[in-house]
Design a protein around this ligand. Structure first.
Ligand SMILES: [Zn+2]
Length: 308
């Protein structure tokens, strides 16, 4: 198991914003006492390069963000705060996923978990959005394709729809995007009829879930659709946008999930990886805004990502 985190992720300073350093501080504090974290390898890695970021993001975005950071920071969009070091931190986050993909494809390990911030799945190719600067998971998928893979599958169970990830690969048959999310809800996309376009038609699958849906119904829906979709995509690598804001005690998302729901969610993704991808799976942190609950969910996720 490869485990990525770094105290520099705490330097992305957002003030009283819900996507705050305390989230990761709590996660890291909790993992310090977890055997599954102590047993994991902790690679040293480099920030994402311009080349890696430019596979997804317009040069304009990189320049806009760097200029904003260099001028002391501010709001990059109404929801998204940038501090003077935020772009460096965001590069480190995206770089963690690229490094994880490289090591997993090289056979160094089958599984990796990247505990990074800022999160990424709302970031569009040409615009930051919803607490996200760079779309980390999209940069990782592109890194995998650049590394020679032909089919990658992204599973996104954050309570919000991963609109950025969807948009980036909407016409790309090589990247299957599977998202289960609360709907209608922020950011407004992710209806069931959004299935891709052109060559990418059928390579996007959305499971919009209404507030108040029972945990049993949620589980049955995800398991049925995930298996069906994986069989269609036949991924050579599984990437997971692991958000934990669907937890019942999350102040932003809440879809009524309990911590133990992240056990079967994790197992479902590792089973897909085992069936199609030689076990290869890279997971990354997206949302989750109740720090102690987030820490508990991440520890649960890590524990069940390990190979049995
Ligand atoms: Zn979210």
């Amino acid at each position: 198991m490869l485990l990525y985190y770094d105290p520099r992720f705490l330097d992305h300073e957002t003030g009283s914003h819900p996507e705050c350093a305390q989230r990761l501080r709590e996660v890291i504090g909790h993992l310090d006492t977890e055997q599954s974290a102590l047993d994991a390898q902790r690679p040293v890695w480099q920030p994402a390069t311009d080349e890696q970021l430019n596979r997804v993001h317009a040069e304009l975005v990189l320049r806009f963000l760097q200029d904003l950071a260099d001028s002391g920071g501010g709001h990059a969009d109404p929801d998204t705060v940038v501090s003077p070091v935020s772009v460096d931190v965001a590069r480190l986050a995206a770089g963690a996923l690229c490094d994880a993909v490289g090591r997993v494809l090289a056979g160094e390990d089958q599984r990796a978990l990247c505990l990074v911030r800022p999160p990424g799945h709302h970031a569009l190719a040409d615009r930051v959005m919803g607490f996200c600067l760079f779309n980390n998971i999209a940069v990782a998928a592109e890194a995998a394709l650049a590394g020679g893979l032909e089919r990658v599958m992204i599973i996104d169970w954050d309570v919000h729809h991963g609109n950025g990830t969807q948009a980036i690969f909407y016409d790309d048959p090589r990247v299957g995007f599977f998202s289960v999310h609360r709907w209608p809800f922020y950011p407004g996309t992710g209806d069931v009829d959004e299935t891709g376009i052109g060559d990418g038609l059928g390579a996007t699958r959305n499971l919009p879930v209404k507030f108040g849906t029972s945990r049993d119904d949620y589980r049955a829906l995800v398991l049925r659709e995930l298996e069906d979709f994986a069989d269609r995509i036949k991924p050579q690598l599984v990437l997971v946008s692991a958000g934990f804001d669907g937890h019942r005690e999350d102040p932003i998302g809440s879809l009524g999930l309990e911590t133990e729901d992240f056990v079967w969610l994790t197992q479902a993704t590792t089973q897909i990886a085992d069936s199609y991808s030689d076990g290869r799976l890279v997971s990354t942190l997206e949302g989750g805004y109740n720090p102690p609950i987030l820490a508990e969910c991440v520890a649960t996720h890590l524990k069940h990502l390990r190979i049995n």
